[in-house]
Design a protein around this ligand. Structure first.
Ligand code: ACO
Length: 327
């Protein structure tokens, strides 16, 4: 069977760091509240000239160097994002041009914080079917450009970041994407939404008055959903693979809130050393969160070739899903 194996990983982060103390100067909040309720201490924030595409290109170039892959060898660029540079063209096209992937197709996948999970599965399926050999998968979001910096219930949560992997078709190996679960419940679309700027409420249209181009989130509702979704996706993926939580060498969950991560950890019965957490440094980077986690886990020596890694994410849609990967 042809497997989709991750052969290189990279990351892209804005240079500017914003701490909880910096946010204390903007809205009525405190480092203590943010730390206790979310686990976040600081996040990276794009400058005007840093965008989803610029962060993605940094991540992609690093992943390509690690995989020993040149631009012309890439067959497809798949980018998981909901904060691309433009409404159109797709951000994947901007990445494709910048990395010289002359022979590649390019597409964006819009699954918010589960963007990388969805994008990786799209890419893996194309490889496993035998149609493509080498795919670049990017997860990126720059939500700090879409938050209302006067709304303390959302602005403290998000940060910007990108991660990318090069996946290649390999035979006779047990490495690669093992199983994926992708789920959605559009009934919950209203709980996290950025309503201005789409075709329903175009900017400038008379009927768009009062709509906002910033994130609205029903935090308590999303929290309840997230706790259920993380456990649900992991258990389904493990069942599909005929595995159980004891088989997981490292759990790399979406980094939205430390309490949500801990509840998933508890449900799976995993000890701390098998759970990766970096939410304290980056906040919720949405589509960037899981590949950034994988990148740092590998760099810290916590993820080695042959390890079973479980990734899981949830987000606006509502969507959720998990990838079980042999690294
Ligand atoms: N600083 C100080 N106080 C605050 C802040 C803040 N930044 N934000 C809210 N509060 C206040 C509230 O006003 C409320 O006050 P009240 O009791 O007087 O009304 C109080 O703190 C408690 O508010 P809650 O909303 O109950 O706080 P909670 O413990 O639920 O934490 C949080 C809120 C962190 C947003 C949590 O609900 C959460 O993490 N939700 C999930 C968010 C998420 O993961 N989103 C990911 C998807 S995003 C995407 O896909 C793009």
């Amino acid at each position: 069977m042809t497997r989709a194996v991750i052969e290189g990983i990279g990351h892209g982060l804005p240079s500017r760091t914003m701490t909880n103390f910096d946010i204390e100067k903007l809205v009525e909040t405190s480092d203590e509240w943010i730390t206790q309720r979310t686990g976040i201490k600081e996040r990276r924030v794009c400058s005007p000239d840093e965008t989803a595409a610029t962060l993605s290109v940094l991540a992609a170039q690093e992943a390509m160097r690690a995989a020993g892959v040149q631009g012309h060898e890439i067959d497809m660029v798949v980018c998981g994002t909901v904060t691309g540079d433009y409404t159109f063209p797709a951000t994947s096209c901007l990445i494709q041009e910048a990395i010289g992937a002359k022979n590649a197709g390019a597409m964006d996948v819009g699954a918010a914080c589960a963007g990388f999970i969805y994008a990786l599965d799209v890419a893996a399926a194309m490889i496993e079917s035998g149609r493509l050999k080498t795919v670049l998968v990017v997860g990126v979001d720059v939500l700090t450009k879409f938050v209302d910096w006067t709304d303390r219930s959302t602005c403290v949560l998000f940060g910007d970041g990108a991660g990318a992997v090069v996946i290649r078709a390999r035979e006779n190996t047990d490495r690669g994407v093992i199983k994926t679960v992708l789920l959605a419940d559009g009934e919950g679309a209203k709980h996290i939404v950025c309503d201005l700027g789409g075709s329903k409420f175009p900017i400038g249209a008379a009927w768009s008055e009062g709509k906002k181009a910033t994130v609205f989130m029903n935090g308590a509702e999303v929290y309840r959903f997230a706790v259920h979704a993380m456990g649900d996706a992991c258990c389904r993926a493990l069942e599909l693979a005929g595995m159980n939580a004891n088989d997981i060498d490292l759990f790399v969950p979406h980094q939205a809130n430390l309490r949500i991560i801990q509840s998933a950890q508890k449900r799976l019965g995993l000890p701390d050393e098998r759970v990766f957490v970096n939410v304290q440094k980056y906040g919720n980077t949405s589509g960037g969160s899981i590949p950034l986690g994988l990148y740092e886990a590998q760099k810290e020596g916590r993820l080695k070739q042959g390890d079973v890694v479980m990734t899981v994410g949830f987000g606006a849609g509502l969507v959720w899903g998990a990838n079980l990967i042999r690294w």
